[in-house]
Design a protein around this ligand. Sequence first.
Ligand code: ADP
Ligand code: MG
Ligand code: ZN
Length: 476
Amino acid sequence: MEYEMVIGLEVHAQLLTKTKLFCGCTMPFGDPPNTHGCPVCLGMPGALPVLNKAAVEMAVRTGLALGCRINNKSIFARKNYFYPDLPKGYQISQYDPPICETGKLQISVDGEKTTVGINRVHIEEDAGKLIHDQDVDSLFDVNRGGSPLIEIVTEPDIRSPAQAYAYLVGLKQILEYLEVCDCNMEEGSLRCDANISIRPKGESKLGTKTEIKNMNSFRNLEKAVEYEARRQEEVLRSGGAVIQQTFLWNPNENRSIPMRTKEDAHDYRYFPDPDLAPLIVDTEWVEKIKEALPELPQARRGRFESDYKITAYAAETLTGEKLLADYFEKCVDKCNDAKSAANWVMTDIMRMMNDMKIENPFELKTGPDRLGELIKLINDGAVSAKAAKKVLDIMESENKEPKSVIEEQGLAQVSDTSALETVVKEVIDANPNEVQRYKDGDKKLTAFFMGQIMKASKGAANPKEAGAIFNRLLGM
Ligand code: ADP
Ligand code: MG
Ligand code: ZN
């Protein structure tokens, strides 16, 4: 019998608001422990929560971008459980109904498109942080407690680890384009839990699912899902039954470790928070937010392909990160040559970013204007494409304009006929045997001569001009 995987993902994204969800505390990452707390987020009896409007707006933006229905009325509920990182003894979350429902996100794996349904997007507060494994007992830090999160929950529509990966990449792009989350997984601003079950191929009923938590990268998630599906298959094949359970992924050992048997929703005793009125968002406000939505990754990809006539692959790479796409467009504005701009950004600029371990191309000394100028100089024949690579490196390391680097380094392309003739003559005189073979018809030597000419001119010869002179001098 063949089994099929069924996966549903729950992603928590920390919103880029200035203050927490229900109080005025700020929440900068990395500050000393317990420096951002107040009676509300510490859960003091009698302290009253006041909802942060900016968080609601970001949740609505996300819902709209994912094609969700925005509910005019949604409810904040108390999700009751005891854990030391939760001083109140309950987490304020949205239960029934949440602010956004029934959306979708299109993904593509190896050219095959699939639509992943979005069940809901709801607003909730984060718990504090526990720090274990110290010399003392476990420690508690409230700084993160009460931070605004949105939870984005898919339908069980994902069928492979590769699809799960593609979904996360697509979702992350949208959140970044919307500027609602910085999506920094190392700092925990984006967290993902995976729900997995398997069922015989062709069966429509869902199998019992397990949940894996604690995956700090998309690659880990892909591995964890694969691992868990295989484990379940072994259980079923040996005649056992999958138990509803929560696992922690251990990235060092590449395996999942059982954490607890999973509770059901009714175990949390959800009930509407009596301190918070129902959340009402009026249609007019939602319409305003909709009109102000930025261009989203998919639309931008389409526009790049049709307006700039670059390949689908280039459009996808360039729009993968919003800032890279912005950089590319600014460069095209300057040089008016989208194909070259795409090539330079995807090779040299991305290489430099990689070497410098930066994610924002605008942090380079070489801004899009300077790169655009360099491309113009290549197209005008002022510098060869080959020498331009060297020019770019020096532009970056010395923070200089392309023109001054070309002058200072003597990298100007020589199209001047007499200067080129001297170089070509030198090469012809130095290689009499090869010249004879070339004249006898060995055209493969073209590359050899071009290499020699480039070497003799230190890469400055205009190849087209040099080739013409070479043939003329040999009377060919
Ligand atoms: P829970 O109450 O356990 O959190 P939900 O119904 O809220 O369960 O679903 C949580 C996530 O699990 C959703 O993304 C959903 O699509 C997914 N899911 C639900 N049932 C299954 C299943 N049988 N197999 C895989 N994923 C599932
Ligand atoms: Mg859940
Ligand atoms: Zn507070």
